[in-house]
Design a protein around this ligand. Structure first.
Ligand code: HSE
Length: 291
């Protein structure tokens, strides 16, 4: 049996929504799973990831075990367009694909929400996993050890642009630079901004979106990890981008506008070091799917 799963890129945090908010976008990784009697094998990915610790296989196995199924063996062929370690949820695509494939091939019968619950501990936070599985704009929270997730609409007026440089930022490094504790003022700042951000993304009201997208929990501590951050922010501003923020833990930055500014962004980012690429993206509404 063969199953092909396509999973969208995701941008987590969206400014103040650290470890909670995420949006799925129209850039994809595709994985073909072929059931075998035993053993595991891989193609289309670096040799160093061709082992039982590959997140795609880890999720496949975890779903099989959660359903009490005999896992058998599997060959996984990768066809990936999402750059790795750039804050676009490439690891979440592996996890979501492994989970969806095991669910289908082994007949586990889990719902998407049950798959998200199984997958979240593999990644450690749900902000990439839930949009990768459900598509769209999601908020996730952990309460007493249980995952809760909600989907919100995003205005069709908003245009999203991913600005992807040629260097990686490892999430573990980007998390290690964050403080262990925050002041009450910073916590209140982020809580209030998230509330306004969700509404601003729904209505497409730029006057609310611009202030709502700022944050005090992660971005101020991470900009040093993104080479040329200030120059990139200026280049986006000159192109007419009203907002600019770090996608996930970087290195990709995102901007949102109510106009198509892709040509202006292309022109300005071509002049910067680090080969920044401009990707105009639309919101993916479907999430992980068998194709
Ligand atoms: N919320 C996570 C972070 C996303 O910012 O560290 C990256 O996986």
């Amino acid at each position: 049996m063969k199953v092909t799963v396509r999973v969208p890129a995701t941008s987590a945090n969206i400014g103040p929504g650290f470890d909670s908010l995420g949006i799925a976008f129209s850039l994809y990784n595709t994985f073909e799973f072929t059931y075998m009697e035993s053993g595991i094998s891989f193609s289309g990915c670096d040799k160093k990831y061709q082992n039982e610790y590959n997140l795609c296989y880890v999720a496949y196995k975890k779903v099989a075990e959660s359903a009490g199924k005999n896992i058998g063996g599997v060959h996984i062929a990768f066809s990936c367009d999402i750059p790795v370690a750039r804050g676009l949820g490439s690891s979440a695509t592996l996890i979501a694909a492994g989970a969806v494939a095991a669910n289908k091939i082994l007949g586990c019968g889990f719902s998407k929400f049950e798959l998200a619950k199984i997958c979240t501990p593999i990644e450690g936070h749900a902000d990439n996993i839930t949009p990768a599985i459900f598509g769209g704009f999601t908020a996730s929270m952990m309460h007493e050890g249980h995952l809760y997730t909600l989907s919100y609409p995003v205005s069709e007026k908003l245009k999203f642009f991913a600005l992807i440089p040629d260097f990686e930022v490892k999430t573990s490094v980007a998390r290690s630079v964050l403080p262990k504790a925050y002041s009450r003022a910073d916590v209140v700042y982020n809580i209030s901004h998230v509330a306004f951000l969700i509404k601003a993304l729904e209505t497409g009201n730029m006057n609310t979106l611009i202030p709502a997208l700022t944050d005090k929990i992660h971005q101020p501590y991470r900009t040093d990890l993104i080479h040329g951050y200030a120059e990139a922010q200026c280049a986006a501003k000159r192109a007419g981008a009203p907002v600019f923020f770090i996608s996930g833990s970087g290195s990709t930055c995102m901007c949102i506008s109510d106009k198509d500014i892709s040509e202006e962004l292309e022109k300005n980012f071509k002049e910067l070091p680090n080969s920044w690429k401009v990707y105009p993206l639309t919101v993916d509404k479907y999430g992980a799917m068998i194709i």
